[in-house]
Design a protein around this ligand. Structure first.
Ligand SMILES: [Zn+2]
Length: 200
């Protein structure tokens, strides 16, 4: 019985690699039960010719596309699990931070604190550039650390046009996302998107 709750392989395929075009991209997908989240699909792919790889995670049952808004007010709020699919964006408006999908975008499961660690890593990478503004880098680092240590309240917003991301907390709220918000984040929005909401 124990085995049933472990990851279950649901797909294994070898496909054409989008980077080098050779038929050597091995894809694997697992169904996994995450406490307080439910069923998620973990997928990964690796090309044995060029080394291209990706990983992603998404909810098994998609929810309504839109925004998830999660307010961090207490240090415990930093422990909530976050499922971010590779096609979702993460914003922290109070800190001016945003993580938007790109060619190297990865899906992941981590805590809110883990999300802040990812922003710190990205900041360190950007600030390693000799032309970076060292003072601005230091200030941003201090702000992210204050957020990480529970010394600052902030809002974590996930924008997910597919509805397959999650913040595992009863405090997390879902809201619709507008065409303008999606376009600002670089999404290509289908014609007719959002018209249904406007009619109501
Ligand atoms: Zn390849």
């Amino acid at each position: 019985m124990e085995q049933e709750r472990g990851p279950k392989k649901i797909r294994e395929e070898v496909l054409t690699c989008p980077v080098c075009g050779k038929p050597t991209l091995r894809i694997e997908e697992y169904l996994y039960e995450v406490p307080h989240v439910g069923k998620v699909i973990l997928s990964s792919g690796k090309c044995s010719s060029c080394g291209y790889k990706f990983s992603d995670v998404r909810l098994f049952e998609a929810k309504k596309p839109g925004k998830i808004i999660y307010r961090v007010e207490e240090p415990e709020d930093l422990n909530a699990l976050v499922v971010r699919s590779a096609s979702a964006s993460i914003l922290i408006p109070e800190l001016g931070l945003r993580m938007v999908p790109g060619p190297a975008s990865e899906g992941f499961i981590t805590t809110v604190e883990g999300v802040l660690d990812r922003f710190l890593e990205a900041l360190h990478a950007a600030c390693a550039d000799p032309s970076a503004d060292k003072k601005a880098c230091k200030e941003m680092e201090e702000k992210i650390k204050a957020a990480k240590e529970g010394r600052m309240k902030f809002t974590l917003v996930i924008v997910d046009p597919e509805g397959v991301s999650e913040v595992a907390s009863p405090k997390a709220q879902r809201a619709p996302v507008t065409r303008k918000e999606l376009e600002e984040l670089g999404y290509v929005v289908a014609p007719g998107f959002g018209e249904e909401e406007q009619k109501n």
